[in-house]
Design a protein around this ligand. Structure first.
Ligand SMILES: [Zn+2]
Ligand SMILES: [Zn+2]
Length: 935
């Protein structure tokens, strides 16, 4: 085949774009429904629509793509659903920043116009990550791309909300929630990130209310948030605490206010060992205090406004702060308020001491602002209804292995969280997202206000009028749903659920077919950071609405960190940008690196040298292809028939068996999600067996063999390489697809070529070749090469050897394979025969079948003497080490018997070794003197 067809150097940039376009044009990733093939389906963890590909996406999608391509080539009808998430808070922030640049803000724009702006933004800038995923080679069914806010998915969201509401599993309640004062919205518990920070602990005197003549008494309360004392409605002590229990039922005078608040006994809230043993209760600003407040029927004071500032009305009406304090505090942020409250306490002599204190504070996972507990009416999903639990069946599914978490160790975390799960706050006070499908009847304008009209109207489609009074004056709930509410439905909403709500018969039929064919999905590939945000909630929703788990297996991968194991972050400047890596080393090198590092565990340390190493691997593959093509005869394409076994050389037989072994192991590794092992197997086989040995062997074959036998080699060479491309394709789709074109093959694309299957029978019948080639050829050649290394003989210098075989069988084999040894070890033969004597000046390489005596000249002999001396010194030292133990009589008496035995064996082996080495040394010294004599 003419050389110029395949360029000298592999240039990924020329190849990758071409194949992305080809695959898409040919519709090779489109799944059919129905299909007579078995299906394999996955849904992509939808990246944020604002997102740009980071190395975590690259890992996550490389692993999914390996599975998709492997299953597709293995004959499955593969559906990999792509899509993006509308990412409520994140996207709203992006568009708000854009508006700010234009000097506008969303409130002046108004809700409708703002949402229009977001859709505009999505249309122009929202497609970045899809393009980047295509660049990564992601073989998604791009015709079936979804967006969590598209029409169909929004329908599913409405349907789920209404159904859960009717089942009593969605409710509205006024209670303390996590509030981000910057994003101006509620967050769910897991959207709060805790961080340990240095702070202060303030010890404050709360005067106990006493009769006029009594001695003054105090309770000391310690707190990190003194400004919240204005919201205190009680102080708690432990009922069994002898220091304080006499105070229970009495009152304290709350500092800086004119309020007397009760002292209660509460064994749940108070830990006697912690702090001062007296605890302030602020039900309006602390989750534990809220519960304590309920236990003791305390009032709740909400001190902060939605911006996180102290509100005047709360201060004056409920908190009854010292009137002189109100103008000083109202409208102030938390930090300022704290300063002033502390100052006042000091003035009044109520602050006893302040000490440094590290404590955890919660921050918004989107904007890192400190979260304030805030009381407000919100919507919740009830996850633990005793009659109709969402969490229970989700725990059960994992416990009964209907869903397997891989690695299994994640089950502990899963159960730990699910068994303590709290109701899920799903309303968000932002504009971008699925508007809560709830309307309230205003009704009064028609004078028909009824009691029922106070009930919200919950409906999947906007109601035209109030069902109770007929009024058309309806107001929709202003809130939107948590983004994770829609992504929890992703495995079935993307397939067209609920089919009965599709707009027409054709769509309905298609949705039914898709759900039937692809639900439950097979595998979910996810990072562990969204195990609770997303995976657990999909399990709850999938089981509840589909009566079937959403996926059978969840492969949970690690987080990618930098080479030192640090989390990548812009501020640290250690971010590895996958797009830059793809530009520099090619996409296949990046993919292979990520796959090879995907070991079970929590961290992947990504070093650029690794990527460089796998770039070299792509070059190795490319060069191998060029070598093969250059050595094929012009008319090779015509030869298609498998040759007879006698046309195959030992090398041909050997590589075929080694390849069979590799197929079996790669298949096993992929089935167990051991992407790291599969890549290591491929690398080792392709580089160290196919390139390093087989291609070297066949250089000899092509020189020495008859034309008929060469046909066997041509055939083995090309078919094995073509199969290597197939086996490697899921990991390195671009270079393999490119090279595949140059080799005889069937079909229009490697993406749909059959994945190699092992031929067990062949391996059993021809297994002998594996050992022969290993023992006769590889061990011998490696032995001679090592000898060269030890004696510093350059590879170019031809050595003379005498081969002494141990038996007749060995004699035949060596003669048969001698050409390989001669060429690859660069030796010429002096003599060959059974049990030949060692020539006087020769070094020995021993193998299973024979001894090779390498003739040495004076300079070689001197080197060999040096080598032997060093070797003797080393072994003697080892011997000393073992022998010392026996010098101590306690050792033989007290040490366990097997340890003593082991040491004894070791000692005698070492002494034997020393004896032999000394004999060799003696021999060489004699040789050296003889050589000197004879010259
Ligand atoms: Zn925030
Ligand atoms: Zn009404």
């Amino acid at each position: 085949m003419p050389e110029e067809i395949l360029e000298k150097v592999y240039s990924p940039e020329k190849v990758e774009e071409k194949w992305i376009a080809f695959w898409e044009r040919a519709g090779l990733f489109h799944a059919s429904a129905p299909s007579d093939r078995s299906s394999f389906s996955m849904v992509i963890p939808p990246p944020n629509v604002t997102g740009s590909l980071h190395v975590g996406h690259a890992l996550n999608n490389t692993l999914q793509d390996i599975l998709a391509r492997w299953r597709r080539m293995s004959g499955f009808n593969v559906l990999w659903v792509p899509g993006t998430d509308h990412a409520g808070i994140a996207t709203q922030n992006v568009v708000e920043r854009q508006l700010a640049k234009e000097g506008k803000d969303r409130r002046t724009l108004g809700r409708e116009a703002f949402i229009e702006k977001v859709w505009e933004w999505k249309a122009t800038s929202g497609g970045t990550i899809q393009k980047q995923l295509k660049r990564l080679g992601a073989s998604c069914d791009w015709d079936r791309e979804r967006f969590t806010m598209d029409e169909g998915l929004s329908r599913a969201v409405g349907e789920v909300f209404v159904r859960l509401y009717r089942e009593g599993l969605i409710y509205r309640a006024e209670r303390l929630i996590n509030w981000c004062p910057r994003c101006q919205t509620a967050l769910s518990d897991i959207e709060v990130e805790y961080e340990e920070v240095p702070g202060k602990m303030y010890h404050i005197r709360y005067p106990v209310v006493v009769r006029e003549d009594d001695e003054p008494e105090y309770l000391i309360v310690a707190t990190t948030r003194p400004e919240t004392l204005l919201g205190d409605t009680a102080v708690a002590v432990h009922p069994d605490d002898p220091r304080y229990n006499r105070f229970i039922g009495r009152k304290v005078s709350l500092p800086l206010t004119q309020r007397a608040i009760p002292i209660v006994g509460d064994p749940i809230l108070v830990d006697r060992e912690f702090g001062t043993g007296a605890v302030k209760i602020t039900p309006g600003h602390d989750f534990n205090d809220e519960a304590a407040g309920k236990r003791h029927q305390l009032a709740t004071i909400s001190l902060l406004d939605p911006e996180g500032r102290l509100s005047r009305s709360a201060l004056s009406e409920k908190a009854e702060a010292d009137p002189s304090l109100i103008p000083e505090l109202s409208g102030k942020g938390v930090a300022e308020a704290r300063k002033r409250v502390v100052q006042r306490l000091e003035e009044k002599g109520l602050l006893i001491k302040t000490e440094d204190h590290r404590h955890a504070i919660g921050k918004c996972y989107r904007c890192k602002t400190v979260i304030e507990p805030f009381q407000s009416p919100q919507w919740f999903v009830k996850v633990n209804d005793p009659e109709n639990s969402l969490a229970g069946p989700a725990i059960d599914a994992v416990r009964r292995k209907k869903i397997r978490l891989i690695p299994e160790s994640w089950e502990t975390n899963y159960f730990g969280w699910m068994e303590n799960i709290q109701d899920w706050c799903i309303s968000r006070q932002i504009w971008w997202g699925h508007r809560i499908p709830v309307w309230y009847c205003v009704g009064t304008d028609v004078g028909q206000c009824r009691l029922e009209c106070k009930e919200p109207i919950v409906a999947a489609t906007p109601p035209e009028k109030c069902p109770h009074c007929g009024s058309a004056d309806l107001r929709q709930d202003p809130d939107v749903l948590d983004t994770w509410f829609s992504s929890a439905l992703w495995p079935f909403s993307t397939l067209g659920w609920p089919p009965e709500r599709q707009p027409n018969r054709a769509d309905r039929a298609e949705a039914e077919q898709l759900l039937k064919t692809f639900y439950p999905t097979d595998t979910l590939v996810s990072g562990f950071d969204i195990l609770f945000f997303w995976v657990a909630r999909m399990i709850m929703m999938g089981i509840h609405f589909m009566k079937e788990v959403p996926f059978r297996e969840v492969y949970i991968h690690a987080l990618v960190r930098d080479a030192e194991g640090q989390k990548m972050s812009k501020s640290k400047g250690n971010v590895i940008d996958p797009l830059e890596i793809m530009n520099q080393y090619g996409t296949d090198a990046l993919r292979f690196t990520l796959a090879s590092m995907a070991s079970p565990g929590r961290d992947i340390k990504l070093a650029e040298e690794r990527i460089e190493g796998y770039r070299n691997f792509t070059n190795k593959l490319w060069n191998a292809a060029r070598f093969i093509l250059m050595n094929l005869p012009e008319d090779f394409k015509e030869i298609n028939l498998p040759p007879d076994d006698d046309q195959l050389s030992a090398a041909d037989q050997w590589i075929k068996i080694r390849f069979q072994r590799t197929i079996v192991s790669v298949d096993e590794a992929l089935k167990n999600y051991r992407f790291d092992e599969a890549s290591a197997l491929l690398y080792r086989f392709i580089w160290h067996e196919f390139c390093d040995w087989y291609l070297e062997f066949i250089k000899v074959d092509l020189q020495e063999k008859s034309d008929a036998q060469k046909q066997g080699t041509y055939y083995t060479l090309t078919t094995t390489f073509e199969q290597i491309l197939r086996l490697l394709h899921p990991f390195m789709p671009f270079i393999t697809e490119e090279l595949w074109c140059y080799f005889p093959h069937e079909g229009k694309s490697l993406t749909v070529a059959p994945y190699p299957k092992s031929d067990q029978e062949y391996s059993i019948e021809n297994g002998a070749f594996e050992n022969i080639v290993q023992e006769i050829l590889i061990d011998t050649i490696v032995g001679i090469r090592n000898l060269r290394g030890e004696m510093n003989i350059p590879p170019s210098e031809e050595l003379r050897v005498t081969i002494s075989v141990r038996n007749q069988n060995g004699d035949e084999l060596v003669r048969k394979y001698l050409p390989y040894i001669k060429r690859l070890a660069r030796v010429s033969l002096e003599d060959i025969g059974q049990n030949l004597k060692q020539p006087k000046t020769a070094a020995t390489v021993s193998t299973e079948w024979f001894k090779i005596y390498v003739s040495l000249d004076e300079k070689h002999v001197k080197k060999e003497i040096e080598r032997l001396e060093k070797a003797i010194a080393k072994v003697e030292k080892e011997f000393e080490g073992v022998n010392k133990k026996f010098m101590n009589p306690k050792f033989t008496l007290n040490a366990p018997k097997d340890v003593v035995n082991k040491n004894e064996v070791q000692r005698s082996e070492l002494s034997e070794k020393i004896y032999k080495l000394n004999a060799d040394l003696h021999l060489f010294r004699t040789r050296l003197s003889e050589q000197k004599d004879s010259s």
